[in-house]
Design a protein around this ligand. Structure first.
Ligand SMILES: [Zn+2]
Ligand SMILES: [Zn+2]
Length: 335
C-alpha cells in the first residue's frame, strides 16, 4: 500500500514525511482492517512530525481522523462486518483495567495507545484498529466532511463539557484560535444557545469563518471581548494566550486548554485566577464522548468546512496548517 511515513521528525518545511510502498497491514484477532477514504489533519500530527511530542514509534504513519470501509475482520471481531463505514480516532486502545479505565476516565489511561503516534495511523491506504475503539459514523456526513469530526470535533465537544457551563442559553463562551476544532465547537455551542466570542489571528480565513458561523464578536487573539466570559477554550498552542483569556473570564469561569502541547505559560498575578476561576486541560477523550458527540453533530447538523489535499501532499497540508492557511479543516483525500 501507499503510505506517508515519518522516520526523522523535523520542521515540516523540510518535508520530513516521505511517500513509500509498504506491506498492507493485517488485522489482529480483535482488530478490523480498514480501507481508508479520507484522513483529517490535526495540529497533533504537526506536533508528532516536528518532535514536540516525543517519538513513540519509528517509522510511524501519522493521522488519527480516519474515515474508511472495513475490508477484513480479525477472528474475534463480532460487532462489525466487511463493508461497514467507520471512523478511527486518536485514542486507539486502553488497558481497560487501571484506576482510570475502571472509573469512566479511560482518556487518562497511562497505558493507552494512540493512532498515528504509538501506532500507525491514517496517512495511508489502509490501517488496522481494535473494533472496540472504532466508531460508526452518521450517514449525513460524506467521508471528507466526517473526518474532522473524529478529533477536532470530539475534542471540542469534550472541551465544552469541561467548560462547566450550567445553563447554555445566553451563556458567554470564548474561543481562542479558530481552526478545525474551533469551527466545529462554535456550532455546538450556538446550537445549545450560547453567545460565542472568537479571538483569533488571520482576518481573511479564521475571523471571517467565525463571523459566518455566527460569532457575536470576533477579534484578534489579544483583543478583549466586549463582555466577561462564563467560560473560554484555547485551541491555539500558545501559552501566552492564557493570561489574556483569564483576564476575559468572569468570576467562577473556567478556562479550558484544548491542545496536547502548548508553549510555556507566562507568569501571572494571582488576581487572574482568584474569584474561583479554574484553568484545566483536556486530555484525549472517552469513547462515550465520541459517541455522544457524533449523535449531537448529526442532529444539529454540524457542517464542516474542509480543504482537501492528496496523500502525496501531506507535507504541504501540514505546512498550510502551520501557517494558518487552512479555512476550517485540512483533510487528505485518499480514495
Ligand atoms: Zn487503563
Ligand atoms: Zn487530533
Amino acid at each position: 500500500m501507499k503510505a506517508c511515513t515519518l522516520s526523522n521528525p523535523a520542521p515540516v518545511e523540510t518535508r520530513p514525511l516521505t511517500i513509500a510502498d509498504i506491506p498492507k497491514p493485517t488485522a489482529a484477532a480483535d482488530e478490523v482492517l480498514i480501507k481508508i477514504n479520507a484522513c483529517g489533519i490535526c495540529r497533533t500530527d504537526l506536533h508528532v512530525v516536528e518532535n514536540e511530542l516525543p517519538v513513540r514509534k519509528s517509522p510511524v504513519i501519522p493521522g488519527h481522523q480516519i474515515v474508511g470501509t472495513i475490508e477484513d475482520l480479525g477472528s474475534n471481531v463480532s460487532e462489525f462486518s466487511t463493508g461497514d463505514r467507520v471512523g478511527v480516532a486518536w485514542l486507539n486502545r486502553t488497558c481497560g483495567k487501571c484506576r482510570f479505565c475502571t472509573t469512566g476516565r479511560e482518556n487518562l489511561c497511562e497505558l493507552a495507545e494512540f493512532t498515528g503516534w504509538t501506532r500507525d495511523g491514517g496517512y495511508a491506504e489502509y490501517v488496522t484498529a481494535p473494533e472496540n475503539f472504532v466508531y460508526r459514523l452518521p450517514e449525513n456526513f460524506a467521508d471528507l466532511h466526517a473526518a474532522p469530526l473524529l478529533c477536532a470535533g470530539i475534542i471540542g465537544y469534550r472541551a465544552l463539557k469541561l467548560a462547566n457551563i450550567n445553563s447554555w442559553p445566553g451563556a458567554r463562551l470564548g474561543i481562542y484560535g479558530f481552526g478545525a476544532a474551533g469551527h466545529i465547537c462554535i456550532q455546538i455551542a450556538r446550537a445549545r444557545g450560547a453567545d460565542v466570542y472568537v479571538a483569533t489571528r488571520d482576518r481573511d480565513r479564521h475571523q471571517k469563518l467565525a463571523e459566518e458561523l455566527g460569532a457575536v464578536w470576533v477579534g484578534d487573539t489579544f483583543d478583549a471581548p466586549t463582555v466577561l466570559l462564563d467560560a473560554a477554550i484555547i485551541f491555539a498552542p500558545a501559552g501566552e494566550i492564557v493570561p489574556a483569556a483569564l483576564k476575559a473570564l468572569d468570576r467562577g469561569g473556567t478556562l479550558v486548554l484544548g491542545g496536547i502541547h502548548m508553549s510555556p505559560i507566562p507568569q501571572f498575578e494571582y488576581s487572574l485566577v482568584y474569584g474561583e476561576r479554574v484553568v484545566r486541560s483536556v486530555m484525549n477523550n472517552t469513547r462515550a464522548d465520541g459517541i455522544e458527540f457524533l449523535k449531537e453533530a448529526a442532529a444539529i447538523p454540524i457542517t464542516t468546512s474542509v480543504q482537501t489535499f492528496l496523500l502525496e501532499d501531506a507535507n504541504e497540508a501540514l505546512t498550510a496548517l502551520k501557517t494558518d492557511a487552512v479555512r476550517g479543516a485540512a483533510v487528505l483525500q485518499i480514495a
